[in-house]
Ligand binder design. Structure first.
Ligand SMILES: [Zn+2]
Length: 167
């Protein structure tokens, strides 16, 4: 089996594979896997799916795509999660997104814990979030990764109001 792939349509240089097994992230395997991300990767084709990587840009935004000679051919990862194949892929000129830092273990983590790999802090909400948490009173456990435990915090805020009245 070849360890690299070539995109003939754009004449890209050989891109190393990313280790992603598309069948492993089929949403039928569990609710932790995004149906939209799966459809997006399937729709873009095997070569794209097995070479794309996830990068963090200078604004802290996750991008999915491939770097070719400094150009990022990619899409906004959260947009892909929300809109699937309707999310556009753009060619970003070198430097336009700042220094792109690759999330090197992204696909390994995603295959293991699904969307918790995108939100390790467990602060975001996703489509299908209701399948994510097992709630017991004021505590909840993440069912997607099995590794996050949160406690519900309750507080009361004092509000000072004022208005003009007839004297
Ligand atoms: Zn989790």
């Amino acid at each position: 089996m070849s360890s690299s792939a070539k995109c003939v349509t754009t004449g890209w240089a050989d891109l190393p594979e990313n280790g992603l097994d598309l069948a492993a992230i089929d949403p039928r395997n569990g609710p932790q896997f995004s149906p939209n991300l799966y459809r997006f990767l399937k729709g873009r084709g095997q070569t794209w799916a097995t070479t794309c990587r996830v990068y963090l840009d200078m604004d802290g935004i996750l991008r999915i795509g491939s770097l070719d000679d400094g150009w990022l051919h990619g899409a906004w990862l959260m947009g892909v999660l929300c809109y699937g194949l309707r999310e556009q892929v753009w060619a970003h000129p070198p430097g336009s997104l700042g220094d792109l830092r690759e999330i090197t273990d992204f696909w390994t983590d995603y295959m293991r814990i699904g969307r918790c790999a995108i939100d390790p802090e467990h602060k975001q909400s996703f489509i299908g979030d209701e399948s994510r948490w097992a709630v017991h009173g004021d505590e909840r456990l993440c069912l997607w990764c099995g590794n996050a435990h949160q406690k519900l915090e309750t507080w009361v805020e004092e509000v000072r109001n004022e208005r003009w009245m007839t004297a």
